[in-house]
Design a protein around this ligand. Structure first.
Ligand SMILES: [Zn+2]
Length: 296
């Protein structure tokens, strides 16, 4: 009986440790942030740079991948001295969209390729652009469009990270367009397949492409009722602890309005992981993509 009681105490302890896991409190790398024209047009808007900065600081975010439609928004954040003063790194990406119409034609539009080259040549207030995207492919066959092919090759040649909102079929197609056939290019997979590619399929793609990184906003099936990771995703993140990042995806202003609670949601489930894994997904993996220090 004494042994049984001791066993019960251990089981209860394990259960309560799981239920009461403390939130992750370290730095966050927001690897999927937009600063689109609706948020601020350079003069007016609900979320001027001071508002963005305040929300990042309140959320413990110490680095952001910044991209925007048009690129003026990212350039504004990259040039902001207050961002540097606050110790927040801005990692600028070239977005492929001048306007909404470009979403559905960029992959075959040579003027988009020219725009990307011009942006890369110009650079930003916080140094050279470090990546290309976010771009979307609503029909995965468009991954074979001539401009999509050229941009994937360019990304590998110039060591630019790609941020792509595409399905699992398009991942294979895009990877095939790089000189290394997907063995060298680094690609942040926005939402890790928003269409809900099964965990087994994500696992297979992670194994096939060493530079594939899963970003976890809007990922169906990720978080369960207790605001902790669902078992299959917990297992996948533990299998590939260096291959996942978190992001806000502030694609509409509503996401800015709830920025702090979005990031708090990440802190909650990160807290349920082993501390070293939480730290990797929250910060180290994003920082490592861009050669940044593991202690911000
Ligand atoms: Zn996005």
């Amino acid at each position: 009986m004494r042994q049984f009681k001791a066993l019960l105490a251990i089981v209860a302890g394990v259960l309560s440790a799981q239920a009461w896991a403390a939130d992750y409190t370290g730095p966050l790398f927001d690897a999927h942030l937009h600063y689109n024209v609706e948020a601020w047009d350079g003069k007016t808007g609900p979320h001027p740079p001071a508002d963005v900065l305040a929300r990042l600081q309140a959320s413990g975010v110490r680095a952001i991948v910044a991209n925007s439609r048009p690129n003026a928004g990212s350039l504004a954040l990259a040039a902001l001295p207050q961002m540097r003063d606050a110790g927040i790194a801005v990692v600028p990406f070239v977005r492929l969209y001048r306007n909404r119409a470009d979403y559905s034609s960029w992959f075959r539009d040579e003027t988009i390729y020219d725009m990307v080259l011009a942006e890369l040549a110009r650079g930003t207030g916080s140094g050279p652009y470090r990546g290309i995207g976010e771009f979307h492919l609503y029909d995965s066959a468009n991954a074979d469009g001539p401009v999509a092919q050229k941009l994937m090759a360019l990304a590998e040649q110039r060591n630019l990270v790609v941020l792509a909102h595409v399905d699992d079929v398009a991942i294979d197609l895009l990877m095939a367009h790089t000189p290394s056939k997907g063995q060298k290019v680094r690609l942040i997979w926005a939402h890790t397949g928003i269409g809900g590619a099964p965990v087994e399929r994500v696992d297979a793609l992670m194994a096939r492409y060493p530079g594939l990184v899963g970003e976890l906003s809007y990922r169906p099936g990720l978080v369960c009722d207790d605001n902790q990771l669902c078992p299959a995703w917990r297992a996948l993140l533990l299998k590939y602890p260096t291959r996942f990042v978190v992001g806000s995806d502030t694609w509409v202003n509503q996401r800015w309005q709830h920025y702090e609670s979005l990031m708090q949601g990440y802190r909650t489930w990160l807290g349920g992981l082993p501390a070293d894994v939480a730290r990797k997904i929250a910060w180290d993996n994003g920082a490592g993509l861009f050669g940044m220090p593991s202690r911000p």
